[in-house]
Design a protein around this ligand. Structure first.
Ligand SMILES: [Zn+2]
Ligand SMILES: [Zn+2]
Length: 334
């Protein structure tokens, strides 16, 4: 849909530099970048980082008239640094929609090769289920480097994936795809991918789980989709604080309301209120509510986002609820 047919639904403040746009039905479909100095509009991707949300749901994919605006696919976010190959956060079912330049039919008939990196937080189903349905794996030229947490008891990542993606669970083995898939086992590490700096830190969840912070083009994005909130009181581990501190965009677990958390306090996730506290206490500039509970309706998310916007403004940052198809331009202050 051409941008002329869109309407603005969110305009961030002058320090935040982004303007999201939506189709006539209100479904966010893209973004424009507002230049901080001149207040003129530049095309997406001209500078900074473009963050695209392909799946924002936690736990399981869902499809329902009441969830279609924010979307039902599970965790998958891509980042396109101005001068590097793409980086994907997680391989949930949203991965199917990552090649936005192609129609669904074209993707099925003529898959495009993909060369890039996945920073995988952990191996729960909702974060890996898109991998065998990623059509680019059918191309010889595809090279996918997956960085994921080192597992307990010395089990290799490749061994675990081969046991998950194989007959009779899936029609073919992961080894039979034409693409080259390289696995890199990491923990609390600092490394670079091209010109992009990456910090990975173990965070509380269930099983070995990482959070990531990437920095490129003077901009920083933190991805923390599955994060166990302390059962009593609010606190952060040293690693979680390191990856969140002063970030330009914090994408954070916000699966539960306080009432839901009372019943699921050891299921590995955060409340909306804890996500807000993490953003405030680490001086994050913008918070994306993410990993929405499958039961959370579009209308409920609208109400939550509207209610928290005022609270966040008083605390010095901005907040929005991430939606499938949304793209956000992140431009850090130099
Ligand atoms: Zn999850
Ligand atoms: Zn998980």
């Amino acid at each position: 849909m051409p941008l002329a047919d869109t309407q603005s639904i969110l305009i961030f403040g002058s320090g935040m530099n982004s303007k999201l746009v939506a189709c006539d039905e209100g479904h966010p479909i893209g973004s424009l970048h507002l230049n901080c100095d001149t207040n003129t509009v530049s095309p997406v991707g001209e500078f900074g980082l473009t963050v695209s949300f392909h799946g924002v749901r936690g736990s399981t994919a869902c499809h329902d008239p009441q969830t279609h605006r924010y979307g039902g696919n599970t965790s998958c976010v891509s980042i396109k640094p101005a001068s590097d190959t793409p980086i994907i956060f997680d391989l949930g079912t949203g991965l199917r929609y990552i090649n936005s330049s192609q129609s669904e039919t074209e993707t099925e008939l003529r898959p495009e090769p993909f060369v890039g990196t996945c920073l995988l937080t952990h191996l729960h189903w909702d974060h890996i289920q898109g991998l065998p349905f990623f059509r680019s794996l059918l191309c010889d030229e595809t090279v996918l480097d997956i960085y994921a947490p080192r597992q307990d008891e010395g089990r290799s990542l490749r061994e675990i994936f081969l046991k998950k993606i194989c007959p009779p669970i899936f029609p073919i083995s992961l080894n039979e795809f034409k693409a080259t898939i390289n696995f890199h086992e990491i923990g609390d590490d600092d490394f670079v991918i091209g010109n992009t700096k990456v910090m990975s830190r173990f965070v509380p969840h269930t099983g070995p789980t990482l959070g990531f912070r990437i920095t490129a083009s003077n901009s920083t994005v933190t991805y923390l989709p599955d994060h166990q909130q302390p059962v009593t009181g609010f606190a952060l581990t040293t690693g979680a604080r390191q990856i969140c501190q002063g970030t330009d965009l914090l994408i954070h677990d916000s699966q539960y309301t306080p009432a839901e958390f009372e019943h699921k306090s050891d299921w590995g996730h955060s409340t909306l209120e804890f996500a807000m506290w993490v953003a405030e206490t680490t001086s994050a500039k913008r918070l994306a509510l993410f990993h929405h509970d499958p039961s959370r309706t579009d209308d409920a998310l609208d109400v939550i986002a509207q209610r928290l916007a005022g609270v966040a403004k008083n605390r010095g940052f901005e907040v929005f609820a991430a939606a499938e198809g949304m793209a956000v331009e992140v431009c850090g202050v130099v």
